[in-house]
Design a protein around this ligand. Sequence first.
Ligand code: SAM
Ligand code: SF4
Length: 474
Amino acid sequence: MATMTADFINDAALHHALEQNTNPDAKRIRDIIAKARSIQTLTLDETATLLNVTDPALWNEMSIAGGEIKKSVYDNRIVTFAPLYMSNKCVNNCSYCGFRTSNSATVRRQLTLEEIKNETAVLAGTIGHKRLVVVYGEHPDSNVSYIADTIKTIYDIKVQACKGIGRIRRVNVNAAPMSVDDLKILKETGLGTFQVFQETYHHETYKKVHTSGKKADYGWRLSAMHRAMEAGVDDVGLGVLFGLYDWRFEVLGLVAHARELERAFGIGPHTISFPRLEPAANTPFNENLKYKVSDEDFKKLITVIRLSVPYTGMIVTARENAAIRRDVIALGCTQTDASSRIGIGAYSDRYNEQEAKRQQFLLGDTRSLDELVRELSDRGYITSFCTAGYRCGRTGACIMDLLRTGAEGKFCKLNAVLTFREWLDDFASPETKAAGEVVLQKELNEIKVKLPKVYPTVKEYYDRICTGERDLYV
Ligand code: SAM
Ligand code: SF4
């Protein structure tokens, strides 16, 4: 039976932490940075102290440390994915969302399983994605059995792509909070990360923007990840919709949530997301926002999250424009999307332009995966298409330990090299292939020096992939 979860967000305590930890001196900040470097989650007071830094030189030290922490945990890997919107039918009335039930301007649509096959064929067979995040409004038509069927349909699709088979190997889910029983059904599908964003941790603001429907229940949403863990779904993603309330308070809320999951289950969030509110069709709420987050503050909040929850994956999406994405990847983000379309059916439908009435909001960066991979390669990152870790059972508590000790970075690097080689051969344009091969050569040289024992195996697999074998991993 599901246990009741107490409301662990105390607004007054979060405000108090922000008020008490002002004017930090450099020594205190450096001590906190040192703690973050040892991959320990920061306390609320430590996080509030970082949030209160005013000296630009200290912010600079913090952002450099954030980038280095990301490298020590994840190395130079960037994971890519695509969003796949399944349904925009929704019974809730979130003031900021184009899908809200009262928005008559939105054209409603829910994908059939046949349409999902077509969408997946484009994503896996033409573009070359290996990971998706599937997104659903909250509606009786998109209940857990629909969600489970859609995930199974995606995993079943295999498309011939050059020398290999294009297929989606990891389906992350962004959906409404569920009961333990429903989450157990989802667990059976082999889902990846289960994401539910709290939107705002500030109780009063939460109430103001969620006026009706099940989403109006703050506690049901706050306890979503406790129920997920109880159901055995131990890969969970937290998030805040920045722009609803004070960003400093929200960062504290995220850290409080991460600490609570660690306390209760010994497992923190696999990922944290930090979308900023975007304009949506017929949604005046999103204009003239009091708490709109500037680009400068956006970078600061990413730096503080990176330091406060040092082991977590951090997702920046194509809501942000290319320049911002470039900057925040350097600050420690680990995952991003590309070739993204967020209209329902938009990958296989014929229309190409972004269409506000079909979408939840408009994207800031519509570059293709090929273009993104080329840019990442030019900047020395390796795009990881690897999902071997999950297939080998490295999830939940197991992956937490590996991340904290830096071991996951090493495992993943080897498989990242192998899967990147596959991807370049199967999907890349000639220019991207050339840029990617420079990265691969550098990585192989590094493995040869740093991991001489495994190098022969990796090189053998690498050569076999070059001659057409696929799906080899260590
Ligand atoms: N319906 C589910 C829910 O609300 O949790 C999942 C799907 S909802 C479309 C996914 C996320 O989109 C929300 O959690 C919210 O953070 C984000 N979102 C909603 N409106 C947005 C907007 N105008 N700009 C940016 N993100 C938005
Ligand atoms: Fe529905 Fe989610 Fe949009 Fe709210 S954010 S209206 S619950 S789709």
